[in-house]
Ligand binder design. Structure first.
Ligand code: FRU
Length: 456
């Protein structure tokens, strides 16, 4: 989050509204929050402004889904109050009533954020609210804040259960590190350890998530710990982005597997993948994430309306062994029964006027272009000797140079690459078939999308 001006949009752009990527009806949206699966329902809380499509008066919006694709938006769940904004955080089910809010309470842990006033400096501290109606309404805990270190850069608590205690991963944003705290009751927190600075540190750290991910091809039931960290700027494209670390966690300390000084490993190579965190209590212990499909470089000026910004698709995560390391793989969660269209290796085209999944073999020197009804390209993905590059033309309205800077993922010496591409309104997500490289890109054509074209 950066404090610059917002474009107050008056545009109405139904052709840019995605169907499978969650958008609010008519408001602002950024980070996913409070991802928890409860009573057969995936909860998606999110940063929103109750008053419209600009960042401000930040509160938690709420949506639910049973398939991670079709979302129902509900009224605001936790509202900004007296200048105290409800910044990012997580939610847990307190089955054993450790916090004393009642057995099975859904407890939201979030950052109470205040701007500086004449009387006091800006502050960020961790706070609780609990729900007894499945996340529809929350009551603020009277003893808030529960964790305050006197900082204005201390936010985005990600809480989960580990054996007999709760763990919170929370960023000290401008110190490029994640602090790990433990608690028995969600109210009293004890500092256990820190992670970082490590890997990418060219931007402030935000929105950590620490969870286990299944190792494909490993021992039966094998899992490893993954720490996701968002950073802004300084990601893969130079803007908002996400790195990940694989390692061990003993309930108190996370130990990265890679040697310090290892090059950062990116979660996504596109411009628009940020603040992704994982669902707690997901069925079958699946590692499921969702992110925000935008970038702080231009999010406030994106010319969509009456809403602004969408989530990414949910992704299912795994780990594979490659070159002596565990490497993240990600696959999109799609609606049941969707059959991908097929394209390539010879030149051809498929329609993509509604949400579309295309499996395509992109040969070296080939180009895949998402083309709008007016014949203009909205996004091009090309494979050359060095790897995959995604480029976007300048949209109508000035979003600055970052929007048109190419996004690149190294994939040296490949004759061809198999891709799964999901085109949906103003978001295109590209996955290599093995799941090791992904790009999430916002596209802003003036007319509806029409075709995905392969040129070889
Ligand atoms: C990340 C972020 C968080 C913060 C929230 C405010 O995008 O800046 O660090 O809690 O957005 O909306």
């Amino acid at each position: 989050m950066t404090a610059d001006a917002t474009t107050t949009t008056t545009a109405t752009t139904p052709h840019l509204r995605p169907a499978w990527h969650f958008t609010t009806a008519d408001r602002w949206l950024n980070d996913p929050n409070g991802l928890v699966f409860a009573d057969g329902v995936y909860h998606l809380f999110f940063q929103t402004n109750p008053h419209g499509p600009t960042w401000g008066d930040i509160s938690w919006g709420h949506a639910t889904s049973t398939d991670l694709v079709t979302w129902t938006e509900h009224p605001i769940a936790i509202r900004e109050q007296d200048g105290e904004m409800v910044f990012s955080g997580s939610a847990v089910l307190d089955r054993e009533d450790t916090a004393g809010f009642g057995p099975g309470s859904m407890v939201a842990v979030w950052t109470a954020a205040r701007d500086a006033t004449d009387d006091r400096p800006a502050s960020q501290a961790q706070a609780l609210a609990y729900s007894h109606d499945g996340g529809r309404t929350f009551t603020r805990y009277a003893g808030n804040p529960v964790l305050d270190i006197g900082s204005a850069e201390f936010r985005d608590p990600y809480v989960f259960r580990h054996d007999d205690h709760w763990v919170m991963a929370v960023v000290e944003a401008d110190r490029y590190r994640v602090a790990l705290y433990t608690s028995l009751d969600l109210r009293d927190w004890t500092l256990a350890s820190h992670v970082g600075p490590v890997g990418a540190v060219d931007g402030i750290w935000e929105c950590p998530a620490l969870f286990t991910v299944p190792v494909h091809g490993g021992a039966p039931g094998e899992r490893a710990w993954v720490l996701l960290v968002s950073l802004n700027p300084g990601g893969a494209t130079g803007g908002s982005g996400m790195q990940y670390l694989v390692g061990d966690f003993d309930g108190y300390r996370f130990t990265p597997a890679a040697a310090p000084g290892r090059a950062p490993r990116w979660v996504d190579h596109g411009h628009d993948y940020y603040a992704a965190v994982a669902w707690g209590d997901a069925p079958d212990a699946r590692a499921l994430t969702i992110g925000w499909a935008s970038s702080w470089a231009y999010a406030r000026h994106v010319p969509t309306g009456p809403w602004r910004s969408s989530m990414t698709l949910a992704r299912e995560l795994g780990l594979v062994r490659a070159d002596g390391e565990l490497v993240l793989v990600q696959h999109p969660v799609l609606p049941a029964g969707v059959s991908p269209l097929q394209l390539g290796p010879a030149a051809g085209a498929v329609p993509c006027s509604g949400p579309t999944v295309v499996d395509v073999t992109l040969p070296r020197a080939g180009r895949l272009t998402v083309v709008a009804e007016d014949g203009l390209p909205a996004l091009t993905v090309a494979l050359d000797d060095a790897g995959l590059t995604a480029t976007r033309p300048a949209p109508s309205g000035d979003l600055g140079p970052h929007f048109t800077a190419p996004a690149h993922a190294p994939l040296p010496g490949r004759a061809a690459v198999d891709l799964r591409v999901v085109v949906d309104g103003d978001v295109v997500e590209v996955f290599t078939a093995d799941g090791r490289i992904t790009f999430c890109e916002l596209v802003l054509p003036d007319t509806p999308l029409a075709q995905l074209r392969l040129t070889t």
